[in-house]
Ligand binder design. Structure first.
Ligand code: NDP
Length: 251
């Protein structure tokens, strides 16, 4: 956890970084924060109006001109991911990082009652989509001198918890995939893949999971950005295949 990390203003200067689920919650804060530290951010998400509002905020703050990439992981095909790689290659010629942040909670419910279609949907959005997108983008990531790929995990992706069903299993799968890919790219020295657990954070997803909780007791997405910046930028070079937390455990 690097919650006390003090990033340089130009930490991400000249880097092209893709943020998924950039329209809301933690992804929104990360996109704004990465742009504030000099990154050209590609805003990926399924609700264009939300992405446009992040785009406008970055422009208004004088950040590097971002790009909007509308994509819904439900229904996205391999062709979509390869077209995307081609577009990014044409527009930017490289990619220096991906924050895999988009996620779906599904339902908190006993497994016996879990709807198989919803289960598949959660696995598609949280695991399969991001994984095949990463495969398509690997050639582009390899052209960067220092690329960081961050997969978003959860405490229930490190220890299972009753009723968390597909969400918990999807985060375990994410952690496993990070280990597999990290070992495969280790020899490159220029590409690292790690997992990051944001911890309890004041967003719509947290509200849906814990409706009775007072959101004011939670850290905001902005509060946890130091670790997001550290892991995306050059100061975390050499860390590969590791599990990080964006905030200390709550007492
Ligand atoms: P939010 O629900 O606030 O934001 C999720 C984002 O993902 C939204 O921008 C959403 O788009 C996007 N998204 C959802 N489904 C799709 C899809 N099918 N295709 C493309 N984009 C999609 O969640 P958080 O900000 O809280 O969560 C961000 C990440 O952090 C998630 O991976 C979550 O699992 C993880 N996490 C969060 C914790 C917390 O306490 N908040 C704790 C542990 C982990 P749209 O706005 O259009 O719906």
């Amino acid at each position: 956890c690097k919650i006390d990390y003090a990033p340089a203003d130009d930490l991400l200067a000249d880097r092209v970084i893709l943020v998924t689920g950039a329209g809301d919650g933690i992804g929104r804060a990360a996109a704004l924060s990465y742009a504030r530290h000099g990154a050209t951010v590609i805003l990926l998400g399924r609700t264009i109006a939300k992405l446009e509002s992040v785009y406008d905020e970055i422009e208004a703050a004088g950040g590097p001109q971002p790009a909007i990439f509308p994509l819904n992981f439900e229904g996205a095909t391999l062709k979509d991911f390869h077209d995307m790689a081609e577009t990014l290659d044409g527009e930017f010629g490289r990619l220096d990082g991906i924050l895999h942040n988009a996620g779906l909670l599904g339902r908190i419910t006993p497994f016996e009652q879990y709807d198989p279609a919803l289960w598949e949907q959660v696995m598609q959005v949280n695991v399969n989509g991001p994984l095949w997108m990463t495969q398509a983008l690997l050639p582009l990531l390899r052209t960067s001198r220092d690329a960081s790929v961050i997969f978003t995990s959860s405490s229930v992706g490190r220890r299972g918890r009753a009723y968390w069903g597909a969400y918990s299993v999807s985060k375990f799968a994410t952690e496993g995939f990070v280990e597999v890919l990290a070992e495969e790219v280790e020899h490159l020295g220029s590409l690292r893949v790690n997992s990051l657990n944001p911890g309890a954070t004041r967003t719509a997803m947290r509200k849906a999971a814990y409706p009775g909780e007072d959101p004011m007791t939670l850290r905001t997405p902005e509060d946890i950005m130091p670790t997001y910046l550290w892991l995306m930028g050059p100061d975390s070079r050499g860390h590969n295949g590791e599990k990080f937390d964006a905030q200390p455990p709550r007492t």
